[in-house]
Ligand binder design. Sequence first.
Ligand SMILES: Nc1nc2c(c(=O)[nH]1)N[C@H]1C(S)=C(S)[C@@H](COP(=O)(O)O)O[C@H]1N2
Ligand SMILES: [Mo]
Length: 484
Amino acid sequence: MLALVAALGAGHLVAAFVGIGASPYLAVGNAAIDLTPTWLKDFAVSAFGTNDKPVLLAGMAVVMVLLAVVAGLLSRERPWPGQLIIAVFGVVGCLAVWSRPDLGQAALIAPLVSLAAGVLAFRWLHHAALTRGVSASRRQFLVTAVVAGVAGLVGQWAGTRKDAGSSRAAIGPLVPAQPAPPVPADADFAKLGTPPFITPNGDFYRIDTALVVPQLPAQDWSLRIHGMVDRELTFSYDDIRRRPLVERVVTLCCVSNPVGGPYISTSRFVGVDLAELLTEAGVQRGAQQLFSTSTDGFTAGTPVSTIMEPGRGAMLAIGMNGEPLPIEHGFPARLVVPGLYGYVSATKWVTDLELTTWDAKQAYWLQRGWAEQGPIKTESRIDAPDGGVAAGKVRVAGIAWAQHTGIDKVEVRLDSGPWQQAVLSAEVTTDTWRMWWAELDAAPGPHSATVRATDRSGYTQTDRLADVVPDGATGWHTITFTAH
Ligand SMILES: Nc1nc2c(c(=O)[nH]1)N[C@H]1C(S)=C(S)[C@@H](COP(=O)(O)O)O[C@H]1N2
Ligand SMILES: [Mo]
């Protein structure tokens, strides 16, 4: 176990200098995320929500400790079983680092040092324990534990010290030349239990594959537009920032959001019009997808026809709610395309835009069994009541969304009673959620309430339950409560 700790500590320390993602522990975690089959990812999200990453790291630690203990027990007489297992760990670490799209060859030094440290520590400790007995070699054990622990901590400190926080703090206010109209006071029913219309940045849902949030200072960022274009363009942060900025209020939502789920939020995004940038580059005939890549190797494929639609409002965003993008939401820049799920459109930490065909390239989630096209499905959710209520007139409230189409009607029913029309909040844009409330007459006892929305195309939400894979959940949200 101590040899394992020594290996991980040494690797983490070296990774601080070649990119913390080269730390064998983190690289194996990242590789596990990339290799996770869709059903398992789905299970992890439904079981652990956005805590899936700490759960993964803890799970890895438990598995490694168990293997290390077994290796130790097998090595009571001879050192080779332990050395073999450490070597296997080392090879797995090297493969994981090697497979990372965002790490160069030099990053392999971290898992190699890790491997060497693990083998050496194991031999040293094993020799001491065999020749002098376990209790007499206590000093060696202690030295290894302390040195490995300090190496790991120093690596953690040095490797995460270079962060984008100071660059972000130096950006200053992002003032849109075209501000979005103010949100009217009756755009939400927060007093009745709905979320506030604009989600505070700290509460905005977060979904991504990044085990360590990418730290990309604005001065080191650039965006390249290439592929099927007339002229290749590269923009610096200042190039983007100096353009007339637009502000658009958009409700973003994740394809992994189950019926009634939390992965939906609304923000005032500030940035530049994406269709304008692409027009400057000159989109060539035959370009079907905008293949966007982030600094950590995530990719998304967005239909060019959607981005170029007049009035779609697709953006390269650099700000949220008057601030530069929070680092975990994509600082310095990300894409936002109203009406499309994030996995096909909302690339955070975006650095590369390639115009290409669907056949030429497959984006991250497409390779893992999710749909090529990801328009957001019309859905609704009940937020209140949450638990027990007084019998009589019971207020129910929630949200409904049909981005880029608009919500026209929300209906609620008590148990299997008749549908009752809900009161809708003011519509801010068709790209944002709409809040609703209604009053149901509930006698004392247990009840259920169900909601369904109708969008402006005339479509009423189907009650057919569909899983989130491959292109988003469907079904009516039902809650249960007791009236006293
Ligand atoms: N670089 C990167 N961008 C990404 C992702 C990712 O894993 N990596 N996930 C996408 C998904 S699935 C969604 S739903 C949105 C979520 O954006 P948010 O975290 O700002 O809410 O980001 C998208 N952009
Ligand atoms: Mo997502």
